[in-house]
Design a protein around this ligand. Structure first.
Ligand SMILES: [Zn+2]
Length: 352
């Protein structure tokens, strides 16, 4: 295992900061109430954990495309079927406007992506053929992560059923990621606060959050923490504020102990006003793209630990599902629903 923290002279200086401180409606007919996008008009319509979901999180892909697009609606179906959540817990995000996206992405990139002027080489890099559907999907997904963050600030905890597109850079998409929802949410939430909130991004997807790390490398109010398998994509890593690079084949116990080693210290030193949590399930032993060996139980313990550790300090947390790859969409959706199940437990134990 290799851990690298940026030099102490970096703009964030988490340890010296410590010294300073010490000295909706679901799309479909079943839902009747539509919750609005902005946190100030959030209404108290359910006492349950807020789940952010939109029917437009999904779009058509060519037959046999290897990205498991069908997982997004299936995660919600799985949660409802198993009665983990009720329908009135579902919040409907708005589509992310071009103006909102421009807090992270360049105007040139947004114009070409939104208007379909993406060349073949760029499409190969993202893994997706361009379509109006994919643009819409990514914009709703980003709106969902922003709403999750806004609602988390009001309620303490919220989870989307998509999100975690951490390989997207300001001027290009990469590795199934076209818009960086985590970065947009972090920038948006910082920008709407008069006191300039600090955001900690905890990225436990098996792949490094390279786009997010790049976007915030000079931003002292966002701390990027990535735990990933060193041999996984991307080949060329960016530098997060804290990277923990894991060896292939790591199992539950060692993985959890790695997270436990770093997270409390980051919370105490950086003292975020909001945590964005990418709960990717691709560290799972059966994941088609990951190289680690976590079990479902290990992922549950991980998510429970992260959420409890953050929430018990009174810090709001918004979770997104991150990466997960399997040809069996039902198995994959159930795996992604682990974060919502863990969040439900934390909600009941700590927030009600
Ligand atoms: Zn991943």
């Amino acid at each position: 295992m290799h851990t690298s923290v940026r030099e102490m002279t970096c703009t964030k200086q988490i340890f010296s900061k410590r010294v300073c401180i010490q000295v909706g409606r679901l799309v479909g007919a079943a839902f009747t109430s539509c919750r609005r996008f902005h946190a100030e008009i959030v209404r108290l319509e359910s006492s349950g954990l807020p789940i952010i979901h939109h029917g437009k999180y999904v779009c058509d892909l060519p037959a046999n495309h290897r990205f498991p697009m069908g997982k997004f609606p299936r995660v919600l179906q799985c949660l409802l079927k198993d009665q983990v959540i009720a329908e009135n817990q579902v919040w409907l995000p708005e589509i992310a406007s071009q103006e909102l996206l421009s807090c992270v992405h360049t105007e040139e990139y947004l114009n070409s992506f939104i208007n379909g002027k993406v060349n073949e080489q760029e499409q190969r890099r993202t893994g997706f053929p361009w379509s109006e559907g994919i643009v819409s999907r990514c914009r709703y997904e980003t709106g969902g992560t922003v709403l999750a963050a806004e609602v988390a600030l009001q309620r303490g905890l919220a989870c989307s059923t998509a999100g975690g597109t951490h390989h997207a850079f300001p001027s290009f998409g990469s590795g199934f990621c076209l818009l960086n929802d985590l970065a947009v949410a972090a920038k948006h939430l910082m920008g709407t606060s008069s006191s300039k909130r600090k955001v900690l991004i905890v990225d436990l997807d098996v792949h490094q959050g390279d786009g997010t790390a790049f976007i915030f490398q000079e931003e002292p109010r966002v701390f990027t923490f990535s735990v990933h398998c060193g041999k996984n994509f991307p080949l060329r890593k960016q530098q997060s504020d804290l990277d923990v690079s894991l060896e292939d084949g790591l199992e539950d116990k060692e993985y959890l102990s790695t997270v436990e080693t770093h997270l409390p210290c980051l919370l105490e030193t950086f003292r975020p006003d909001l945590v964005l949590y990418d709960a990717g399930v691709d560290p799972h032993r059966e994941d088609e793209l990951g190289r680690l060996r976590l079990t479902d139980h290990g992922l549950y313990q991980r998510d429970l630990y992260v959420l409890k550790t953050v929430v018990s300090r009174g810090i709001p947390v918004a979770a997104v599902i991150g990466g997960g790859y399997s040809r069996d969409i039902d198995i994959l959706a159930a795996r992604h629903s682990i974060i919502h199940r863990a969040a439900t437990q934390v909600w009941r134990e700590c927030l009600t």
